[in-house]
Design a binder for this molecule. Sequence first.
Ligand SMILES: [Zn+2]
Length: 167
Amino acid sequence: MLSESRKVLLLNSSFEPITIVSIKKAIVMYFLDKVDFLEKSEKKISSISLSIPVPHVIKLKKYIYLKPLSVSLTRTNIFKRDNKTCQYCGSKSSIMTIDHIVPKDKGGKDTWTNLVTACKKCNLHKANFSLKDRKMNLCKKPAKPSYLMHLQKYKYKHSSWNQYIYL
Ligand SMILES: [Zn+2]
């Protein structure tokens, strides 16, 4: 049986990563003659009428023009960008919070540059103050992650993806 968590990396014909698709979708695209399998498993998906290898990386036959993909601003993606590490003290724990660098009541917005992962202790200490008020510093300047970085940190990536997502 195929694990539901298994995903396939879809590349443009230029080898640029586009997105992640399900194995099912990858196979449909293959039968529509839209993709080639670049990396595949020894294992086969078999039914009465067919037997094809399980794909890991597929590539479009025809180039498609796309807007640069962006990573959506969610709690999970902020934790992922920050490697679930407190951006104030550098500690790591399974229970993390999201902190507004400029507090909401002082006009701070929900943006990639104003939201960081913080441990409970630092979040409580900072409360509704500014960094300056609390003499706190950030480990690194928060920025919007690139889609490539997002893929690199993807939980279910197959090791064969690496040669396409690390440039
Ligand atoms: Zn902390």
